[in-house]
Design a protein around this ligand. Structure first.
Ligand SMILES: NC(=O)c1ccc[n+]([C@@H]2O[C@H](COP(=O)([O-])OP(=O)(O)OC[C@H]3O[C@@H](n4cnc5c(N)ncnc54)[C@H](OP(=O)(O)O)[C@@H]3O)[C@@H](O)[C@H]2O)c1
Length: 184
């Protein structure tokens, strides 16, 4: 069996492109996302080594159920899932809290929960965790940029915890990528 690769948000955009590369390299690729039809369509396109796993990575219960369906050992975890938070307009504090909370859940919790659920199952030595941040983390973009920035601090701790096991953790910071669902 090839390497086991888990790609969150693997049904579309950057995640689907990464999954395609891994599948082409002979890996067993598990695509995670909320929409079953989107995941299934991408998995069918990638061939028999691609598998769709439907879940909402903001929910601990959903993450627990999803990881139960994955193989016991994971070689590569790509934390790619992310989304802009709700577009609650206005300056009243309820709207501000809603925007910041949803950007945090959509971009930080999705990576943290899945990684926490799989930490003990990462191949040791040799496992890899790659987390997709954004240029917004270093250039700024309100609550979305702040949420992506939080991934960087979290990753430093993760890397120091996993390093002694021979597992690496890195953050990738893409600039604008066209043809994904992110900008509609
Ligand atoms: N495109 C850009 O210019 C750009 C630039 C910098 C960074 N990024 C980052 O790159 C990553 C991929 O984005 P993309 O551009 O490829 O956009 P995309 O096509 O919208 O991909 C995001 C993927 O994440 C999944 N997802 C979102 N929330 C989820 C959740 N709660 N649980 C499970 N899956 C979830 C989505 O599937 P479902 O909706 O079916 O769940 C979707 O497949 C994101 O983290 C984004 O912030 C993008």
């Amino acid at each position: 069996m090839g390497r086991v690769v888990v790609v969150s948000g693997g049904g579309t955009g950057i995640g689907a492109a990464a999954a395609e590369l891994f599948a082409g390299d002979g890996a067993e690729v598990y695509l995670l996302g909320r929409r079953e039809n989107v995941l299934t369509a991408t998995a069918e396109k990638l061939g028999p080594r691609a598998h769709a796993v439907t879940c909402d990575l903001r929910s601990p219960r959903s993450v627990e159920a999803a990881v139960r369906t994955l193989p016991g050992t994971v070689d590569v975890l790509v934390n790619n899932a992310g989304a802009r938070g709700v577009a609650a307009g206005g300056d009243d504090l309820t709207a501000v809290a809603e925007r910041w909370t949803s950007d945090f859940r959509n971009n930080v919790l999705v990576a943290v929960l899945l990684t926490a659920a799989l930490t003990r199952r990462l191949r040791s030595p040799g496992g890899r965790v790659v987390t997709v941040s954004s240029l917004a983390a270093v250039r700024g973009n309100g609550s979305y940029g702040a949420a992506k920035s939080a991934l960087h601090g979290w990753n430093l701790t993760l890397a120091s915890e996993l390093g002694p096991r021979g597992v690496t953790a890195n953050v990738v910071v893409p600039g604008f990528i066209a043809d994904t669902e992110f900008f509609g």
